[in-house]
Design a protein around this ligand. Sequence first.
Ligand SMILES: [Zn+2]
Length: 312
Amino acid sequence: MADWRQFLSSAPVGDYVFQDAPYEEQVKRASAWIEEAETILIGAGAGASAAAGLTYSGERFHNDFGEFIEKYGSAYMTDMYAAGFYPFPTQEAKWGYWSKHSMVNRFLPPALPLYRQLYEIVKEKDYFVLTTNVDHQFQKSGFQVERIFATQGDYGNIQCEKGCHRSIYDAGELFGQMDRARQDCLIPSEMVPKCPVCGGHMTMHLRCDQYFVEDEDWHAAAGRYRAFCEKMKGKGGVLLELGVGFNTPAIIRFPFEKMLEENKNLSLIRLNRDEAFIPEDCEGRAVGIGGDMAKAILDLSGCSAHDEKAGD
Ligand SMILES: [Zn+2]
């Protein structure tokens, strides 16, 4: 696993550049690349869902998790990231929290406009999605399941805590029941799931330790992703990177940069609120658009919608 601090010290940030071209010009350039491209590889990180509205702190957290903040203390319960790491003392408490977290971020939100607009941009193309997001927004927004590789899991599934067998389980119905039965942040003991194989605890299907289960579907999706990358090497196309920071850069950010460097027929569009800098050597084939991603995607999709109309 690459460590980004190591990366930064071996390749200083000076190798990255911020573009000084005006926003409109960058969007225009990116739109032209998208329009020309037959093949688009989307890489989406946490920043994409935050920009879409699934923020983990502030009003959303305080409105939905008030009783958890009260019960466990505001020093620990600062946002949904921190809350997920709280050392819940019992299984009833753990699932009391995670069923809520899952309802709020995975099951209740509809397909959000940012993702729907993104789908409009790529739906006529040969596309593929690589994402570290676990909120199911791509699937909800119309993207084909066979064209998505969600590497880090899904808030809707659970697995054996020790990964004793390679299966994951749909927990949608269970979380709904827990959500209705929860009292004082706890679920009834009879609802606590148990591993059907070893009888031990279950956990969320999220990559947080070495026990993360990579089942058949996961490996099949990984294979389709590799095949898509191979195809792009020959055909060229656009790498469209959304909200990928330096938490897990080894999954999307660095591989995209390597592909860009190695394949002169690829271009990179990087949308990132604060870190939209691009590799200096590839400046002619890379655009980095900072700031409001929802607006940028709207502008990118607006451009193609406008072109379609003009062609009618
Ligand atoms: Zn087990």
